[in-house]
Design a protein. Sequence first.
Length: 205
Amino acid sequence: MTRVLLVDDHPVVRAGLRALLEASGVEVVAEADRGEAAVEAVRGLPVDVVLMDLQLGSGMDGVAATERVLALPGPPRVLILTTYDTDADILRAVEAGASGYLLKDAPPEELVDAVRRAAAGETVLAPVVAQRLVSRLRSPVRTLSPRELDVLRLLAAGSTNRAIAKQLFVTEATVKSHLVHIYAKLGVDSRTAAVTAAREAGLLR
């Protein structure tokens, strides 16, 4: 049986999700209303999939919590379930390592299927999210700023976020922000793809 951790700061939403999942034979092992609580729950419980909201009130948001969860030994899959579908939100979630991105208006059967597929190791994207990513891939490359090009060159050289931050005298959070913008402009969702797309577009030599 698939074991799920629900992470959402709205009790009514959690109750609805629990009822839906348990009626479909999915075990909800715990609930959390904050990112910090989600990380602690994963440390102490057997979890296959974390169903994670993006906005969690005060403290770390869903993306930060996803990064922390996936940094744990033998981590579960993380499936984003949110009302937010902006390109920046999608790219941040993908960069954090989420296995999927669904919207809360998804049909119940689609949500249950996504949880099971995520547990099996598949990547699951809501149709509108997949369409957005495809549109980005087909759109013309927009001009990168000088600082974004600096980040991209260091990225191509194999530098980590920490090394890039140190060399450019900025914070790691600033580097991550630049990466989100670079991904959005190049229509990609990973470091390797960004470097490849930049070379194909003549932005890197």
